[in-house]
Design a protein around this ligand. Structure first.
Ligand code: UDP
Length: 485
């Protein structure tokens, strides 16, 4: 008899790959009758860290099978007019379609593909998967609020002919706080940019999927979840079933471990700090600051007087978009930070180069606050660790996440920036002091709320919890076999 198989198709960024692998593990843990195959896109940006990560997963969870697709070449940088990295990713994944199509056909000969689960960047595979009669689901690695935003985006697009970057108005999306038009993801601000069309096609394709799986949980996002289930986000069509199965978090650091590694340096240092006294600053896998901004953060941190653990990445960003996937060079801390900063703050601060074991840091008892770029994984990790945030968005949908985290969820303080995005040392100092002030007049209520959410996250993922029930419902629909008409 053919084995029931779920095929997962992540987009290449590490954050997307890790979340998809966690989804595979979750399915296998609770519904072991399915086998899991994960497609790996083979392109030159799949650097050592991707390979090392896949190796580690293969060793720890051998029941997950990785299917390496044939190598594709990156489009030449000069052929892409759009300045956004997202355009490159969309293009790359369009080029991947023949490989994906062939792989699905081959796998279907020996197994029953019960479901094909795709990342949003892979939207162009939806149609041929439908033609193969394979039920295709989106796995949304962002928030339910962001899902509501995308579902409603085609409606907003129809309602105006203007470029959003020129609109100084707030836009109303069902289930979201009002969003300043220019705070939408950058590639969606300019109608003449290729990336805009890609996002529009993706948004319009969501209702054609068999279902949407979201890395979030009901207690955390009641407003957007209600707006979606009330059908407010897709006014003229029906919304497919949505499954909130999170929070999915990878608690194993695959980068470097062992003595002398960033992992042991950070955790050993945190072990020697008093409870809840350290502010952690980390800006995702792609967050970069220029040298002037790095110096300003250092001055603000020093003036705040608080203990800190800060991940500093090299400011250089290659001009050629196709090279932006590669890991940046190690930063030269002595050259980048103010003279004497490292020596003066040695007793109360630790600066690590490029990468820290974030999940473990955020669940460490010494960490009391998190200055974050508002990536959704980072926000979920802070929620699980019960660590309040200062929201300092940098790219992707992070400005919207900031609005949601600050205004709706009330789990973060805003970092105020000037028009060009620069944040002064005095703003850093002020926000860090506010974040670490545990008194009742301080952020006590915010801390209490995030502890409630942290407990809620555990409950959602436990037996009988909302996320476990959603997963069971999803698995049941696969077993019954959703029909593609
Ligand atoms: N991360 C980490 N160490 C770092 C920086 C990032 O472990 O120094 C991890 C972080 O825990 C999260 C992921 O990288 O799981 C970043 O995902 P997120 O969605 O927050 O942001 P993105 O990098 O996709 O913008």
């Amino acid at each position: 008899m053919k084995k029931d198989t779920i095929v997962l198709y992540p987009s290449p960024g590490m954050g997307h790959l890790i979340s998809m692998v966690e989804l595979g593990k979750l399915i296998l843990t609770h519904h072991p009758s399915f086998s899991i195959i994960i497609f790996i896109t083979n392109a030159p940006y799949n650097t050592g860290s991707t390979a090392a990560y896949i190796n580690r997963v293969s060793q720890t969870t051998p029941s997950i099978l990785f299917h390496h697709l044939p190598t594709i070449s990156l489009p030449l940088d000069s052929t892409i007019e759009s300045p956004h990295l997202e355009t490159l990713v969309f293009k790359l994944l369009h080029l991947n379609n023949p490989n994906v199509h062939q792989a699905l056909k081959t796998i279907s000969q020996s197994s029953t593909v019960k479901s094909f689960i795709i990342d949003f960047f892979c939207y162009s595979s939806l149609d041929f998967a439908h033609n193969l009669k394979i039920p295709t689901y989106y796995f949304f690695t962002a928030s339910a609020a962001c899902l509501a935003f995308h579902l409603y985006f085609p409606t907003i697009h129809k309602n105006t002919t203007k470029n959003f970057k020129n609109l100084q108005t707030h836009l109303g999306f069902p289930g979201l706080p009002s969003i300043l038009a220019s705070d939408m993801p950058k590639p969606m601000l300019d109608r003449t940019d290729e990336a805009y069309d890609e996002f529009l096609y993706f948004s319009a394709s969501i209702p054609r999927s068999q279902g949407i799986i979201v890395n979030s949980f009901e207690l955390l996002e009641p407003r957007p979840i209600k707006a979606i289930s009330d059908g407010l986000c897709v006014p003229n069509a029906s919304t497919p079933p949505v499954y909130y199965i999170g929070p999915l978090i990878d608690s194993t650091d695959g980068r470097k471990n062992g003595p002398g590694s960033n992992e042991s340096v950070c955790l050993d240092w945190l072990d020697s700090q008093p409870s809840r006294t350290v502010v952690f600053l980390s800006f995702g896998s792609l967050g970069l600051f220029n040298a002037a901004q790095l110096k300003e953060i250092a001055v603000g941190l020093e003036k705040s007087g608080h203990r800190f653990l800060w991940v500093v990445r090299s400011p250089s960003e290659p001009k050629d978009k196709t090279r932006r996937f590669l890991a940046p060079p190690e930063p030269d801390l002595d050259a980048l930070l103010p003279k004497g900063f490292l020596a003066r703050t040695k007793v109360r601060g630790l600066v690590v180069k490029s990468w820290a074991p974030q999940v473990k840091v955020l669940s460490h008892k010494s960490v009391g606050g998190f200055v974050t770029h508002c990536g959704w994984n980072s926000a979920l990790e802070a929620v699980c660790g019960g660590v309040p945030m200062v929201a300092w968005p940098l790219y992707a949908e992070q400005r919207m996440n900031k609005a949601v985290l600050v205004e709706d969820m009330k789990l973060a303080l805003p970092m105020d920036e000037s028009e060009d995005g620069f944040v002064t040392a005095s703003e850093v100092e002020k926000r860090v002091k506010e974040l670490m002030d545990d008194s009742d007049d301080g952020i006590g209520s915010l801390r209490k709320r995030i502890m409630v959410m942290s407990e809620g996250a555990k409950a959602a993922m436990s037996e009988g919890g909302s996320s476990r029930r959603a997963l069971a419902e999803l698995a049941e629909s696969w077993k019954l076999g959703n029909q593609i008409i």
